[in-house]
Design a protein around this ligand. Sequence first.
Ligand SMILES: Nc1ncnc2c1ncn2[C@@H]1O[C@H](COP(=O)(O)OP(=O)(O)OP(=O)(O)O)[C@@H](O)[C@H]1O
Ligand SMILES: [Mg+2]
Length: 501
Amino acid sequence: MLLSTRDLTKTFPGTRALDAVSFDLKAGEVHALLGENGAGKSTLIKCLTGAYRRDSGDILFEGQPIFPQSTLEAQAIGIGTVYQEVNLLPNLTVAENLTLGHQPRRLGMIRSRAMNAQADEMLSGYGIDIDVRRTLDQYSVAVQQIVAIARAVHLSGRVLILDEPTASLDAREVQMLFDVVRDLRARGLGIIFISHFLDQVFEISDRLTILRNGRHIATCPAAEVDRMQLITLMLGHELQQETATRARPVADGKDAIRFSGVGRRGRIAPFDLTVHKGEVIGMAGLLGSGRTESAEVLFGAAPSDSGTVEDSDGPVDLRNPRAAIAAGFAFAPEDRKTDGIIAELSVRENIILALQARRGWSRPIPQAEQIRMADDYIARLDIRTPDAEKPVGLLSGGNQQKVILARWLATNPRFLILDEPTRGIDVGAHAEILRLIEDVVAQGMSILVISSELDELVAVSHRVIVVRDRQHVSQLTGEDVTTDTIVRAIAAPDLTPEATT
Ligand SMILES: Nc1ncnc2c1ncn2[C@@H]1O[C@H](COP(=O)(O)OP(=O)(O)OP(=O)(O)O)[C@@H](O)[C@H]1O
Ligand SMILES: [Mg+2]
């Protein structure tokens, strides 16, 4: 066995994150680690890489007990990790990132030519053709991931751990990443893969291990379980099937919000959009197509430089997010790390934040009311935390995502924009969030959902807008809202330059 744990246990105040977990990784396999939000996946990884110190149990590398005290020590032993948030420096060149800490030097000076050559060498075999002298931020997240992998493999070379590496990649980029992973597997690396995308798990994995509440539930070859069995193992019960209730009528246009010719030069071409009360509008498109840019215009985060916005009371001021919030708008952004969570504040404080900001800081929400709201959302969204007073930074990734969603729901907006609301969320909570969307919409809230998961868009949307090359290119309604039509509208083969010339 390449890497094993025996009875690994790790507790935090109020939480047994790992409870006597035994796990094996073979050389030359992709081993998926699965479980609900808060099941203990990231904690297991962090114990393996020395980021956390285990309470008890053994970690064996090729049969020998190891005690890594830091990620650097784990790296030296042979265990490399790439997290979802690429842990590299965007403003340095690709070559600098690849060779950081071991640059070729002469008389104390970094020898750039040698460094660039070394970087080229490190990237050969990864199937990407990039200029290592350019800064990392000039490349897509997928390329950045591959650079991070190349660095980790170069430094450690035996075990590669990928914790939700595909969360912000589009379908083509996922394939690019998987090609790299298959290649590394063929070279004999042991690879641990964590993801909530079950299709991807089945596509790439040889074996699966399921954790639930910090306990090892099962390990088996991926070919021996099907999707439903896997979900049942993860949740500990069967997934409640969704009732398809998309035929809900849209209320008449009286209370509608009308955006006419809004847009922003260089980011998104002017577009029209009428948002009806109680309507879910889906937004589909590839990464970088202009979906987030559209949302930012609709929320005043990157205010429109053209057009008008009106409702039945007249013009709506969307000069900036503060004005948008005052107008009853809300926007849950996709990147909780940069745009959302305040790690040191408690779950309760994070949940009431937007509502408090709207009321004004001079009128604090009474403590009892805060507690009631926090407890209510913790129950409704099944946020896994010992209590509402825990700093949010100590929650698992998916549970932090739920806190952000709660924050914006708590403002009870009339128009809520959700950018990738279920990214990093487990299958069980996923279904719960979709149900919650149906509930609030039934009460008259209007929602715009941006999502790369087309099944999810089809399940919740009355209407789907397709964005391509920074333009709203089509709008699908009623029977036309299917994954097929969306995929076709995104690709639009009939409109590619080759076909038109
Ligand atoms: N540093 C910490 N302090 C306190 N509790 C922690 C800490 N790190 C993790 N936990 C708790 O341990 C449990 C397991 O968290 P972990 O991050 O391993 O979950 P996960 O399986 O990776 O979930 P997700 O799918 O949401 O990323 C959670 O209840 C979490 O709140
Ligand atoms: Mg995690």
